[in-house]
Design a protein around this ligand. Sequence first.
Ligand SMILES: CC(C)(COP(=O)(O)OP(=O)(O)OC[C@H]1O[C@@H](n2cnc3c(N)ncnc32)[C@H](O)[C@@H]1OP(=O)(O)O)[C@@H](O)C(=O)NCCC(=O)NCCS
Length: 152
Amino acid sequence: MSELMVCKPDPQALQAAYQIHQQVVPQPWRFDTFIDCTTAPYSARVVLQGHRVIGYALLLMVVDEATLMDLGIVEDARGIGAGQQLLQGVIAHCKASHMASLWLEVRSSNRVARQLYSKAGFIIQEVRKGYYPATAHTPTEDAVIMTMSLNA
Ligand SMILES: CC(C)(COP(=O)(O)OP(=O)(O)OC[C@H]1O[C@@H](n2cnc3c(N)ncnc32)[C@H](O)[C@@H]1OP(=O)(O)O)[C@@H](O)C(=O)NCCC(=O)NCCS
């Protein structure tokens, strides 16, 4: 199996990241919105397996607080540690950018993502009841707000 590597995406890698975004997010953003979320104060990281982009993360950094906006791994590359490696790359990027904390929100039913974040050291800060509105296919759902201190 090719090695995994986390890096800053070039324009071609961003196209690939957007395709993954369309596959993993229930209500994907438009391409231009996605691209807007890769330029300051936002930034992006991708995880490569060999030359293939298999996942992406979008971040917002304001003063010393970072927010993980979105993170996804293409379905056929899950369970091999790519999410974990990408998250570690994001954390390293935040530390190098002198962020004091990293925040995120996750659907309460998203057991796999919650496990990934807990394992990386995130703790639950708050549960926002009914944060995600119901859709034609899903009921109202709580958001779990998680945070990690980046001060060593
Ligand atoms: C959540 C997601 C990013 C995980 O990516 P992944 O590459 O499959 O995860 P990894 O292989 O790096 O696994 C990391 C940890 O996540 C947890 N995990 C991964 N797959 C799991 C599964 N099927 N069941 C339970 N926990 C799981 C485990 O804690 C795992 O660590 P371990 O293997 O040492 O036990 C991926 O499932 C995904 O893209 N989901 C859809 C998008 C999404 O939900 N994004 C998060 C939005 S907040």
